[in-house]
Design a binder for this molecule. Structure first.
Ligand code: NDP
Length: 971
């Protein structure tokens, strides 16, 4: 798959590439800029940005926030905050002006105009009409164009409808307004991103996504065909690629469009599997036997792909070395030229060497000049484009159109490309050394990956077909096991008690997943006895030995991760991604606590005192009762029990009534990995009986509890009573509920804020301790945020968890639904409904709701609802927002969307919650990266998944030996 051979030819070909390249470069006419003109200023800014990465970040961030700044005061304030420390004279002048009230309007006008002028260089116009004169000029000069509409991220079906309307209008405008020539390149041409045609483009469900996209893509294609407009499908981030191809192929093979040659698609050469994409498109073209245009580009999402892969501890889908991408581009050029005429190559590059290779390949294959075209971004490398044009080749510019300020995201990306160190485009070719510019790219091979002591299990890539197929199999297999029986597991043996509790599927309550033995107080006594007996040997094994067993369990779980995820889908109603991330978290805990236990293993404490040896030891507290909730059915029970086991405790697992089956599988997996039967036992049963009995049992030394505040406090109370036969004071580890708020500042990126709030509030139907249940919006952003949020919530896809297209699943049980519906009635009585999702699904479905005008003192605003209910509050300013957000008994998670450095710094200090997230969703803490746990009524424990967590399961002992005997001290 990973072919980076570059072009396949020998020295003669190289010589020809060189000749053609030199000819090309000799035709590039240098552009001379007149000092102090806007273009000159842009060049300076870009020059500074290229030379100074910090300035570059500041500049780009400023350009990004500018559209949201409504007043001159806001602009001046941001100028000062972003550039205050900059030493450059013109910048100093600007920040100086920003500090003077009377001059702020002037500064704000200059800044806006400056950015608009800069954007004007890359953006064709604010709409199709405005772009028309430029398009006419281009076609008049024999240059083709493809026009793309800029806009915000599409977060709702309403926004997707508006986007489609804009595209239809674009097609009509350019079909009537822009002149068309006879040549292919002069035909009206648009580029479209499929993710913008639906509010839910789901990589895990390409078929459903295809249907959703087609609802708007088909009318668009029909209009384009009717009006003689060519449609090019752009390629976006890697995770969207497969669904984009599925949709494209589906449409292209449909009877309606099978014989249409008016559509094309993109291949990105920075992808390691780009050649596979060309093969796939070639096959598609063969099946249709109609030519299809393929634009070969290097790819515009390199930074994002690399950063996301690094965050997930996986190899990126893109080449990390620029030379490898360049070489792969050359290889792909050869494949495309060989696939002509079924594939019509269009080369999108600003790199003289890549262009020269395309010219040489075309020539070597004996293709006419008109067989290929070159595409360049509008406003970039104009000299180079003219040079290619002068050599007789067709050229086309990719020209975005749309409101300048909202189109800033696009502009920022363009600027990034222009100024990044490993720039894809060297736009000043006239200044470069031809030998260097035309040198053959020689990738030196990927850098070896750093081996780290702990890495997180990467999430499953459901965007890949083979992973989806494996998940489908896992789901089918787990379905086949429905109705199984799960006894208690005491000292390694299955124990039945005569009473069985049924577990059903929240997505279809008639479906019985399995039967689980109900523990009695007698079985709890037996479990404690076994655990006490097993404890000394387990403690004595030492951390290294225990860690090895836990790592073996992690490896086993990793092998069976999809099976475990499938169990969660049915037992707990988790969606694919949520189930998968819960299993990943469980694997992480096993590995992380193994490592922490080794770290804490008895290290002699050397205090530098002669004649004395001091040793500080940590060892397991004893028997741990692990009492877990259902909402992270594997991760939490695994986290608490693996911490106990790593620390040297024995553990009795009491799962929640709603999720006992996954815990049974997990206990057996631990046994398989080598944890002795008495060291980890499985004791399902009602909390008030088996759970409470464990809590009160004199033989239990520690209770690791995660669950509701009420139960947590009752456990602490019960654990404080010393009972006959009890030797230890019980330690309680308690992680409790939340009532979490997100603040949306008036300069927030609303694309990010709306999607972040929707994910935080409605992921897993809001049944997360970390979920957002209150969103506090600063006045200036309120109306727009409310409107976009409302539309996004109406567009949420509610459905059964086993369907990968589902965004919001049913809640866990009929009781949970009844309880949440009580809160909904209260919301309707006390406040105003902003939005509600339409639902018609089976199972315990509760529609996501948003309310406003709710009093801060209402039960709705104060109690944990644990369902898909969100309250919206309006704040006068940032301080007020913080005050509302902190007005809660709970303090588990919190969030802030802001681009104001001062407010971000203020929130870091004063938004005192256990886990504060800035400019991202507030759910999904990752072991080791976001140690997790709350303050106030949200918990008393140390952070789960953090370096201190294990200490709670341990007792420290210090042994001091006097090593001086009769006056002699050992060294
Ligand atoms: P519950 O508090 O109802 O139950 C948690 C566990 O405690 C269950 O196993 C339950 O058993 C058991 N239990 C109930 N009563 C007793 C008792 N008297 N003595 C001993 N054990 C008892 O919580 P949920 O399972 O409904 O989980 C949701 C709650 O958990 C929410 O409040 C959520 O915020 C919180 N949570 C907190 C997290 C954090 O990290 N801070 C993470 C995840 C959830 P049974 O099911 O048999 O009743």
């Amino acid at each position: 798959m990973t072919t980076i051979t570059g072009n396949e030819h020998g020295q003669d070909f190289e010589s020809r590439v060189n000749e053609l390249g030199r000819e090309l470069l000799s035709r590039v006419k240098p552009e001379r800029l007149i000092a102090l003109t806007p273009a000159w200023w842009q060049e300076r800014l870009m020059g500074w940005a290229s030379a100074d990465p910090q300035f570059r970040v500041k500049l780009l961030r400023f350009v990004d926030v500018l559209p949201s700044l409504k007043t001159s005061q806001a602009i001046a304030d941001h100028v000062r905050q972003y550039f205050r420390d900059d030493g450059r004279a013109p910048i100093r002048l600007g920040t100086g002006l920003a500090g003077r009230g009377v001059l702020r309007p002037v500064l704000s006008r200059v800044v806006r105009e400056g950015v608009v002028t800069m954007a004007d260089r890359f953006i064709g116009g604010s709409g199709p009409d405005e772009a028309l004169p430029r398009l006419r000029r281009l076609t008049g000069d024999g240059i083709g164009y493809t026009i793309d509409l800029l806009g915000e991220a599409i977060l709702s079906e309403r926004e997707a409808d508006v986007y489609l309307e804009r595209y239809l209008a674009l097609i009509d405008t350019i079909a009537t307004g822009a002149p068309t020539g006879t040549s292919n390149v002069a035909k009206p041409n648009i580029s479209v991103k499929l993710t913008a045609l639906t509010s839910h483009f789901e990589p895990a469900a390409p078929e459903a996504t295809c249907e959703a996209v087609k609802r708007r893509l088909l009318p668009l294609l029909r209009r384009a065909r009717e009006r003689g407009v060519f449609v090019n499908v752009d390629m976006e981030q890697y995770r969207f690629k497969d669904a984009t191809h599925v949709t494209f192929a589906d449409v292209m093979l449909s009877p309606e469009f099978r014989d249409w040659d008016g559509a094309g698609i993109v291949v990105q050469a920075y992808l390691k599997d780009a050649t596979h994409d060309i093969d796939h498109l070639h096959q598609l073209a063969r099946r249709r036997n109609i030519p299809m245009t393929v634009r070969l580009v290097k790819g515009a999402y390199w930074d994002e792909e690399v950063v996301l892969a690094a965050q997930e501890d996986r190899d990126p889908p893109v080449f990390e070395e620029k030379a490898a991408t360049d070489a792969n581009f050359e290889h792909c050029v050869g494949l495309l030229v060989a696939a002509h005429p079924l594939l019509r190559p269009a080369f999108g590059t600003h790199n003289p060497r890549s262009i020269a290779v395309a010219l040489a390949e075309t020539e070597a294959a004996g293709l006419p000049v008109g067989a290929i075209e070159f595409q360049m971004l509008y406003g970039m490398a104009e000299g180079l484009r003219k040079a290619i044009h002068s050599m007789g080749y067709q050229t086309r510019v990719y020209i975005p159109a749309g409101e300048i300020l909202p189109g800033m995201a696009y502009l920022v990306r363009r600027l990034l490309e222009n100024t990044s160190n490993e720039s894809w485009m060297m736009h000043r070719h006239e200044e470069g050394d031809p030998a260097e510019l035309l040198a053959r790219p020689w990738p030196s091979g990927p850098e070896p990956r750093e081996v780290r002591a702990f890495t997180n299990e990467p999430p499953a890539e459901f965007n890949l077909p083979q992973v989806r197929t494996a998940m489908d199999h896992a789901i089918a297999e787990v379905r086949d096991r429905f109705g199984g029986y799960h006894p208690l597991l005491l000292a390694g043996a299955g124990v039945e008690t005569g009473a069985w509790d049924v577990v059903t599927y929240p997505g279809d309550p008639q479906a019985v997943i399995g039967w689980v033995a109900r523990a009695t107080t007698g079985s709890a006594d037996e479990a404690v006895l076994n655990a006490r007996q097993a404890f000394p040997a387990w403690r004595g094994r030492g951390a290294t030995d225990r860690a090895a067993i836990l790592r073996r369990a992690a490896a086993l779980l990793s092998e069976r991760r999809l099976e475990f995820a499938a169990i969660e889908i049915f037992e707990s109603g988790k969606t694919w991604a949520e189930a998968d991330s819960d299993v990943c978290e469980a694997i992480d805990y096993l590995r992380y606590y193994a490592l922490q236990a080794e770290r804490l293993q008895g290290q002699p404490v050397d205090l530098g005192v002669p004649g004395e040896d001091n040793q500080l030891l940590y060892e397991g507290r004893g028997v741990a009762a692990v009492i877990a909730p259902w909402n992270f059915p594997l991760a939490i029970i695994c986290g608490m029990s693996s911490a106990a086991l790593a620390a040297g405790c024995t553990a009795i697992l009491k799962p929640a009534e709603q999720s006992p089956i996954i815990a049974s599988y997990f206990t057996r997996l631990l046994h398989e990995a080598g944890v002795p039967g008495g060291v980890v036992q499985y004791l399902p049963g009602p909390g008030e009986e088996a759970g409470q009995h464990l809590v009160e049992h004199p033989g239990v030394d520690l209770i690791a509890f995660t669950g509701s505040n009420a139960v947590g406090r009752s456990i602490m109370e019960a654990a404080s009573i010393v009972r006959p036969g009890q030797r230890n004071i019980k330690r309680v580890v308690a992680e409790l509920g939340g009532k979490n708020a997100i603040i949306v500042d008036d300069d927030a990126d609303l694309d990010q804020a709306v999607s972040g709030v929707v994910a935080s509030a409605f992921g897993y139907a809001g049944q997360k301790c970390s979920a957002c249940s209150r969103v506090v919006v600063v006045e200036g952003a309120y109306e727009e945020f409310r409107s976009r949020l409302g539309a996004a919530v109406q567009s949420c896809v509610v459905g059964p968890p086993h369907d990968p297209y589902t965004q919001v699943p049913p809640v866990v049980s009929a009781e949970a639904r009844a309880r949440i519906e009580g809160y909904l009635a209260l919301g309707e009585a006390e406040g105003t409904m902003v939005a509600r999702t339409r639902v018609n699904g089976a199972g315990h479905v509760v529609a996501p709701h948003v309310f406003e005008n709710i009093s801060r003192d209402s039960r709705l605003a104060r109690e944990e609802i644990f369902g898909p209910v969100l309250l919206l509050f309006r704040a006068h300013d940032f301080e007020d927002a913080l005050d509302i957000a902190m007005d809660s008994d709970f303090a588990l998670t919190g969030g802030l969307f802001s681009r104001n450095p001062r407010n971000i710094a203020h929130a870091r200090r004063e938004f005192r919650v256990g886990n504060l997230y800035i400019n991202r969703r507030i759910t999904g803490a990752i072991v080791g990266r976001q140690p997790f746990g709350g303050l106030r009524m949200s918990g008393i424990g140390d952070k789960a998944g953090g370096p201190d967590y294990l200490l709670q399961f341990m007792v420290p002992r210090v042994v001091t030996e006097n090593t001086m005997r009769r006056g002699f001290a050992a060294e």
